[in-house]
Write a protein that binds this ligand. Sequence first.
Ligand code: IMP
Length: 184
Amino acid sequence: MRNIVFVTGNPHKVKEAREILSPLGIAVEQNNCGYPELQEDELPPIAAFGVGWAANKLEQEVMVDDSGLFIEALNGFPGPYSAYVFDTLGNNRILKLMDGETERRAIFKCVIGYCRPGEKARVFAGEVAGEIANGSRGSAGFGYDPIFEVNGVTFGEMGEDEKNRLSHRYRALVKFAEWLKQGH
Ligand code: IMP
């Protein structure tokens, strides 16, 4: 097993990462020391800066996860501001913004950043296309899970296994694991 430190304060992300990575031979250890989050329009530079900062601070190889929900009808909002918007507005206010809107497509994106001290950060992106549900459904998962649906089923209604087989996080983590397997 290869051991990787995951710098995040979010235990749900850690749980999902463990379920996805452990069958691939990677053990995940959480560290919630935090890191500065740049304000950028896209996720990759936010993850790259944060992971580089954390690798140098902890003096070891680390990974981070920066995710965001990009809603088509809202021109990609909340995108990179997803954490702030979730904390200030929450799912019900997002649903209100989408009231009467027939264009409900949205993309959930995840960028995994990885870095060793003194080296250049790498990023691995994954995304899943879905729709904003008409209401909040299901109590599994976290964050936007009850309002983001894929093929009519919200992440909140899916079992962990089902979400972890198709999620933005799964797609990014698999790319990361494949790259590590190549001997990096
Ligand atoms: P961040 O990556 O921690 O900045 O997450 C952005 C926001 O999206 C936070 O409010 C998270 O709770 C939420 N989020 C991240 N990943 C997921 C997910 O897989 N499902 C639902 N919400 C998520």
